[in-house]
Design a protein around this ligand. Structure first.
Ligand code: ATP
Length: 238
């Protein structure tokens, strides 16, 4: 069952053709990754899903409904939530206050929100230990955890992440990716991960697409692409 489907998506910045007619599916309950080098068009693709850039052509269907002309806040309200860049946590607020803000689109009560904060703390014990600390004083990895936790507070049906591994030490990346895997396995949350860290992303994802110069050039299961000589030569340094 496809939760999100993209057909013929084109995004231009003036004369720059950033995304040149791509098709892909996000299957409900799966982790899908979009990998590629700098400038391949990954962030632009994500922004098009979140409604932050306008498409020139194509369609984006979320749960069967065309959303590519929908306002960004309405897209979030429907459950398609992008994790903010790690450093974009609100640095002068505490960890707990950042998590509370993540729930701002929800209409359910304080008890449900408190329960969900506890849930985020159980997923990321380092955040629990630092709940009263200002977000600006967290390490890069902890800020990334907080950004994910804040997105989870919006009760997403689809979680989008733009290079959560960027600038982080390998052990922290492993820790964060394991947690994403756990959330996916335990809660069935559908995840779309955009990454330049091709190896880790392919290990994590059930389904994967490779983007080059705005076009999808390869697709398959994460395991298939890990074993593909073209992927190994271009991205894994084999
Ligand atoms: P990175 O990992 O470096 O962010 P990316 O795969 O996410 O790369 P995009 O950021 O989507 O790639 O960029 C795709 C292309 O669009 C690049 O050629 C980039 O220079 C161009 N581009 C991105 N944003 C803009 C913009 N605001 N104005 C003009 N061109 C842009």
């Amino acid at each position: 069952m496809s939760l999100l489907s993209v057909r013929g998506l084109v995004v231009n910045y003036g004369h720059v053709e950033a995304v040149r007619g791509i098709d892909f599916e996000l299957v409900a309950g799966q982790i899908t990754t979009l990998v590629g080098a700098n400038g391949a068009g990954k962030s632009t693709t994500l922004m098009a899903l979140s409604g932050l850039v306008k498409k020139a052509a194509g369609e984006v269907r979320f749960d069967g409904e065309e959303i590519s002309s929908t306002a960004p806040h309405r897209i979030v309200g429907r459950g398609l939530v992008q994790v903010a860049e790690g450093r974009a946590t609100l640095t002068t607020l505490t960890v707990r206050e950042n998590l509370e803000l993540g729930a701002f689109t929800r209409r359910d009560g304080a008890a449900a929100r408190a329960r969900d904060i506890d849930h985020v703390f159980s997923l990321f014990p380092r955040l629990a230990e630092r709940s009263g600390q200002l977000a600006g004083s967290l390490s890069g990895g902890e800020q990334q955890m907080l950004a994910i936790g804040r997105a989870l507070m919006a009760k997403p049906r689809l979680l989008l992440l733009d290079e959560p591994s960027m600038g982080l030490a390998p052990l922290i990346v492993q820790d964060i990716f394991r947690t994403l895997q756990r959330i996916n396995a335990q809660e069935g949350l559908t995840i779309f991960l955009v990454e330049q860290n091709v190896k880790q992303a392919l290990k994590l994802a059930q389904r994967a697409y490779v983007l080059e110069n705005g076009r999808i050039v390869l697709q398959g299961s994460g395991a298939e692409l890990l074993g593909d000589p073209r992927v190994q030569a271009a991205y894994l340094g084999h």
